[in-house]
Structures are given as C-alpha cells and as structure tokens.
Write a protein that binds this ligand. Sequence first.
Ligand code: GLU
Length: 450
Amino acid sequence: MTQEPHEQIFADALKRLDRAAEFADLGKEVLLRLKSPKSVLDVSIPVRMDDGSLQVFHGYRVRYDDTRGPTKGGIRFHPDVHVGEVKALAFWMTCKCAVVGIPFGGGKGGVIVDPKQLSRLELERLSRGFIERIADFIGPDTDVPAPDVYTNAMIMGWMMDEYSKIHRKRTPAVITGKPIPLGGSLGRDDATGRGAYYCIKELERIRGWNPAEIRVAVQGFGNAGQHVARLLHADGYRIVAVSDSHGGILRPEGLDVPRTIELKNQGRTIGAVYTTRSVCECPVCGDEDCHCNSDDVGSGEVISNEELLELDVDVLIPAALENQITAENAGRISAPVVIEVANGPTTSEADQTLNENDTLVVPDILANAGGVTVSYFEWAQNQAGYSWSEDDVHERLQRIMTQEFNTIYQLADDKHIDMRTAAYVHALNRIGEAVEAQGTSRFFAPGDNE
Ligand code: GLU
C-alpha cells in the first residue's frame, strides 16, 4: 500500500526505531509503546480577519510519550503542516529529550497556515485562538510547547498570556522560548544553533581540524542556521554558502556572515514578526535592484537550495525542513560531514547511501537538541523563580552537548554503527529504563519470554 507522503514521514521515522532496537537493551514492550502517540488533538481555529471576514484554520497537538516527563516540543505555523508530519516531529522530540537526558517526553504542534500572509493582528488572533483550543491539553506539568518553524518569541509570549488568562493564573512555565521580559531564558534564542556548534567543536577536537580550512554550507538561514553560521564564522570557519526558501548564495572565499545576517534581516522593522528579505536578494548575488553596499561582503553566485546540498564542502548543515536529502540526491552529497540542524532532513533510504559513502551524519536528535535543552533550563527557572546568567546557560548547555555527543560518538565506534543509530540506541536505553521502572511483562509475567 502506498502511503500519503506525510504519513510516510512518520512510518520512515519509526524505521529508525526498529534499526536501533537491534542494538539497545530493550524489552519488546518499550518498542510497542513507542510505535504510536499517546494522544493526538485535532482542532479548528476560527479567526476574524482584518477585513471582517471569518477564516477557519486547522491545527494539531500531538503528545507522543510522557514516560520520562511532561511532553515537550514546538508549534510550527506552515502551509504544509500535516498530522503525519506532526506525529513524526513529536516522536523525534521524545527521542531528542532522552538523548540529552532532560526530564521530558516528546510532543509537537502545528497549524496549517502561511503566516507571512497574515497581518500582525491576525497572527496574534490565530496564536491565541490555537491556545484557546488546546488549553486543556497543555500545562507546565503535562505538555509544554515552544517555538518551531515560523513561530518565535513574540508568538510564545502571546500564547503564554492567553493560557494564563484562561486559567486566571500567570503561568510562564506552560511554554518556553518566550521573550526575556515575559519569563524567557537568556541564551534560548541561539540555543539550537549553539548546540550544533558545540557538536562541531567536538568534531574539530577529535579530527584535528583547522577551522580556516573547513568549508561549510548552510541550507536554511532562519534562527538556527544563522546562529550556527555566526558562531562558526567567528571561530574562523569558512562559510561558503547559505540559502533560504528563495534560494542561496555561494562564495568560495567565504561569506561575511554577520553582514549577510544583517542584510537578510533588513526590512525587519522593530516588532515585525517575519523577515522580508532573502539572502539571495542581497548584493552578494549582484542583484541589480539592490541598493546595499556589497563591498564588505564581496560578490557571490546565486545557487538553488538543491545545488547547495551537493556542493563540494567539508561540512554540510541542513537547517531548513524535513526530507531534503533523499534517495534521489543522497549519492550526490559530497560533504564528508553532515550536521542535521533541521528536524528530519534525511530520509531513511538516504541514510543507507550516506553510510555506504562513509559520510558522518550527526543526527538531528543530537545536533539540534540545544534548543530543547535550554527550553528545559527556561522551564526550570520559571518553576523555581530563578533567572540564570547567559554564561551560566552557555556553560550548562556546553556541558550537556559535549557529554552526550561523546557518549554517542563512542557508542557508534564500539558497536560499529552510524551515529544516528547510536543516538537512537542511547535514547531508547533511557526511555526503556523509565518504562521498565513502571514494570513490564519482565516483571508482571516473568515466565513470558519477554
Ligand atoms: N522546536 C524545537 C525543536 O524541534 C524546540 C523544542 C522545544 O524547545 O521544546 O527541537
């Protein structure tokens, strides 16, 4: 039976589970429990538009597994949101939280909308309307949302406020990734990119890299992509290409990353929610209509997102959406190292090709776990009424990322498996311990050959 592509993402996500189970110390029950989500909420959200008309949007919130703690995971606003995709994303969150050892299970939410088509007031009404619909489902000790694709701190602030109004009690710990004055944590904004950066610093140490010789391409120049590029550039890495949904720019000598970020974010007036410029509209590509000063960036060549993935670089960082490296293009990926900052950028079929070609893939559930790790710090600060310094957050994040990276790297080496499988084995062992602690048939029916 052929599956609808978005259901296929979920089926594909579960394949990683089966493969990892061969190497993990698991009872059958753990696998059985992880094959389907705990609950799926499907909502409609009526929104009064600025012109007086009514539009009804659709959204989902999936709580995948809460054995290790409240379910945790972002809310995305995107026209292609589908329940199958949200289930896959919630499953990945479950594994991600276990990989970094934070006391959360996994969840995810999504609303089918192109948020760039909405006015700011419409966006606020939609954000509050979604919370109104899921307010009985979420909570600081049950399910804790956060930002994801096309949602940000301001939206999290609206959502926290709406939840607090409904429950008539200020509840900052219901959501993370909030603006700092509304209970957000210092260091949350760049945490996803920074977590990936700490993984790369470990590879640098293990492989003896000289940053000046390492050419990096970044697909996706949103929050995570921009920060990882900025941090690597500051350490002397050569960021030769970046792209966003409109296309990319290539400059073999290396891009001036801070300037590229500035140009991309130009047109973003204070308080605006979305960036209107693209990296390939700026003068690095020689756009005739562009009035910016290109001298300090240098000229670059416009390339497509597909071309960026296949560039001859040392490190490729997919930081956009799912299903970018597929069976179709995996054979043409020439970067020997792929750092998955996006969730699910590589399909399981593509995994095989990358493994055959000895490509080292630092998987999403490890490489992008910095975001949820600092979300945990934010939640803990909110629950306890503390406020940690940025240095404190960075230091704690670095400690966790470095430790988990090395554990997984070592596990991969010891068991002769790829890093993705090793990351799932590590996650499954932690989830398995929690499931076993509640008693499984090993305990209740010891005669059974469980
Ligand atoms: N959306 C982010 C992720 O996919 C962050 C989730 C969170 O902080 O809860 O990891």
